[in-house]
Design a protein around this ligand. Structure first.
Ligand code: G
Ligand code: G
Ligand code: MN
Ligand code: NA
Length: 253
C-alpha cells in the first residue's frame, strides 16, 4: 500500500520517465520505430522496472492517468521525430487491460493524439491477447475505432497468453510481436519451430512481424533466415531516454 502511495506521489512529482527501445528493419538495418517503456526513477535515482509497478498501477487505478501521460509523452516525441530527419519512425506504447476497459479510452487516446496533431499512423498501441479474455466484442469494437483514426495496433507477447486463434482474424492488427520466449532458443537445433510458425502466420495474414528479445548475432541470423521483418532486443539497443534515442537515430539511420 505504501508503494502505491509512493507511486502516486512520484508520478505527480514527474518521477516517471519513458524510455525508448529501437526497433530495426532486418532488411535495411535501419531503425523504423521504438517501443516506449516506462521507468520509475526513485528519489535516490534508482530505476524501478514496470514489471514491479505496473501491476500496482493497475490495481490502484493509477494506470489510467499514467497511461494517458504515456500517450501524451509518446506524441510529443512523435512530433520531435516529424520535425527531424527521421519522420517515418513510429512509436509504440503498451496498453494494459484496465485502460481498455474504460468506456472513454478510445476517445481519450484520439483526443490526446489530435491535440498534438500527430500523424496517427506513426502511433502504435501494443495490446496482449489476454485483453480479449473477458469481453472480446467490446475490445474488438474499440480497436476498430482506433484503427479508423489511423492508429496502428500490435499484438504483443503473442502465443504466451490465453486467447484463441479464432480471434486473431477479427482483430484489426498491423503487427504481430513474436515474444522473446520463442526467440531465446531460436538458434538451437529444433528451437525455431514456433517462431517460424508465428512468422508465417503473421505474414499470411498480411501483418508485419517483429521479433523481440534478440540478444545474439546467431538469433539475428536465424530470424533473417525465417524472413522475419523487424527486430528489437538488447543485441541492438536497450531501452533508453528520448535524447539518447535521437542520438542513436543519428548514428544508425
Ligand atoms: O521494460 P520492461 O521489460 O521491464 O517492462 C516490463 C513490462 O511492463 C512489459 O510487459 C511492458 O509491456 C510493461 N510496460 C512497460 N511500459 C509500460 C507502459 O507504459 N504501460 C503499460 N501498460 N505497460 C508497460
Ligand atoms: O511485455 P513487453 O514485450 O512489452 O516487454 C518488453 C520488455 O522486454 C521491456 O521491459 C524490455 O526492457 C525487455 N527487453 C527488451 N529487449 C530485451 C532483450 O533482448 N532481452 C531481455 N531479456 N529483455 C528485453
Ligand atoms: Mn511490449
Ligand atoms: Na513482449
Amino acid at each position: 500500500l505504501s508503494m502505491i502511495r509512493q507511486l502516486r506521489t512520484d508520478f505527480a512529482d514527474n518521477r516517471l520517465e519513458l524510455f525508448y527501445q529501437p526497433q530495426l528493419s532486418l532488411a535495411t538495418g535501419k531503425i523504423i520505430g521504438a517501443e516506449a517503456l516506462l521507468r520509475w526513477k526513485t528519489a535516490e535515482g534508482k530505476f524501478i522496472s514496470p514489471a514491479v509497478f505496473i501491476p500496482l498501477a493497475e490495481y490502484s487505478g493509477l494506470i489510467i492517468d499514467i497511461g494517458n501521460w504515456v500517450v501524451d509523452q509518446a506524441c510529443q516525441q512523435l512530433n520531435r521525430l516529424a520535425e527531424s530527419k527521421f519522420p517515418d519512425v513510429s512509436i509504440s506504447v503498451n496498453v494494459s487491460i484496465p485502460q481498455f476497459k474504460r468506456e472513454n479510452f478510445v476517445s481519450t487516446v484520439i483526443a490526446i493524439a489530435q491535440s498534438h496533431k500527430v500523424d496517427m499512423s506513426k502511433l502504435e498501441l501494443e495490446i496482449t491477447e489476454n485483453v480479449l479474455m473477458d469481453e472480446p466484442q467490446i475490445i474488438i469494437d474499440a480497436l476498430v475505432k482506433l484503427k479508423a483514426e489511423g492508429i496502428s495496433i500490435a499484438l504483443d507477447d503473442f502465443g504466451t497468453g490465453f486467447s484463441s486463434l479464432s480471434y486473431l482474424q477479427k482483430l484489426p492488427l498491423d503487427r504481430l510481436k513474436v515474444d522473446r520466449a520463442f526467440v531465446s532458443d531460436i538458434a538451437e537445433p529444433g528451437g525455431s519451430i514456433i517462431a517460424d510458425t508465428i512468422i508465417n502466420l503473421g505474414k499470411q495474414m498480411g501483418l508485419k512481424v517483429i521479433a523481440e528479445g534478440i540478444e545474439t548475432i546467431e538469433q539475428e541470423a536465424e530470424l533473417k533466415a525465417l524472413a522475419c521483418d523487424e527486430v528489437q532486443g538488447f543485441y541492438y539497443a536497450k531501452p533508453m531516454p528520448a535524447d539518447d534515442f535521437f542520438s542513436c537515430l543519428e548514428k544508425i539511420n
